[in-house]
Design a protein around this ligand. Structure first.
Ligand SMILES: O=C(O)CCC(=O)C(=O)O
Length: 250
């Protein structure tokens, strides 16, 4: 039976909009997935280089090993317990900060990037496949910022974009969460988060699984211009996300 999260972890997530779950996968599995992640990165062609991170989208549809991680029932059970509603997969992506990439991921919220209608909850699992201390690009969160609703999309390359939209966040405490290989952080889709640049000689390898409310429907009006995110075949307003490409989990 997959292990779920504790009552304390659920309470922390509800209060802060994020939670750190140490050792959600084993070290050996993390090493196996890290190797598969670098191979998937090396296979990827025709993607313009981005200093912030090398991104491999929808890796669960192209790599048998990483598919196991994306569909891992332990992760999905924990996500469902935190969300409190049945979930489906929205998409996954590898986010690899190359050594000395010199580019942070600036503060942003995720939900404004997603074409979701009537979402009761959505969240991401950010799984560390290598040790990620602050110098290698770990995540920083603003506790409580998941209660800040209704903002436009923020530019992850602009350090002040979110702060101009929500100036009260400038004065909120921030929590930086170094993680070991196999740890994960879950964050609510409205929680403001950033990641530091990778100052080390080794790649920062994170696998991110994005879960959405199973009942959420598609809203093309919220589709971000040019963002290569997962789309259902039928992009009419109000269409459900089909199970084949957006499988209910766990
Ligand atoms: O890992 C990063 O650099 C940013 C991750 C992120 O923004 C996310 O998972 O929503």
């Amino acid at each position: 039976m997959p292990r779920s999260v504790t009552e304390e972890q659920k309470a922390a997530y509800r209060r802060d909009g994020f939670v750190h779950i140490p050792g959600i996968i084993g070290k050996d599995d993390a090493a196996r997935y890290a190797k598969a992640a670098l191979a998937a990165r090396d296979r990827q062609k025709d993607v313009p280089p981005d200093p912030t991170f090398t991104r491999v989208m929808q890796v669960w549809q192209q790599d048998e090993i990483l598919r196991e991680l994306t569909l891992d029932p332990v992760l999905a059970t924990a996500a469902t317990a935190l969300a409190g509603v049945p979930l489906r997969l929205y998409h996954d992506h590898l986010l690899i900060k190359e050594p000395h990439n010199d580019a942070p991921t600036e503060f942003h919220q995720d939900l404004p990037f997603w074409p979701h209608l009537d979402s009761r909850h959505s969240l991401s699992a950010w799984v560390a496949l290598v040790d990620v201390p602050a110098r290698r690009g770990c995540m920083t969160f603003i506790p409580g910022s998941h209660r800040t609703e209704g903002l436009h999309r923020q530019d992850v390359r602009d350090a002040d974009n979110l702060m101009r939209m929500a100036p009260e966040l400038v004065w909120k405490p921030r929590v930086t969460v170094p993680v070991r290989a196999g740890d994960c952080t879950f964050h609510h889709s409205l929680t403001a988060h950033s990641a530091s640049p990778n100052l080390t000689d080794d790649p920062r390898i994170a696998h991110v699984v994005v879960y959405m409310d199973a009942e959420t429907r598609y809203d093309p009006r919220k589709r971000p211009g040019g963002e290569p995110l997962a789309e259902p075949a039928d992009t009419t307003t109000g269409r459900p996300f089909p199970d084949d490409d957006f499988p209910p989990l766990p």
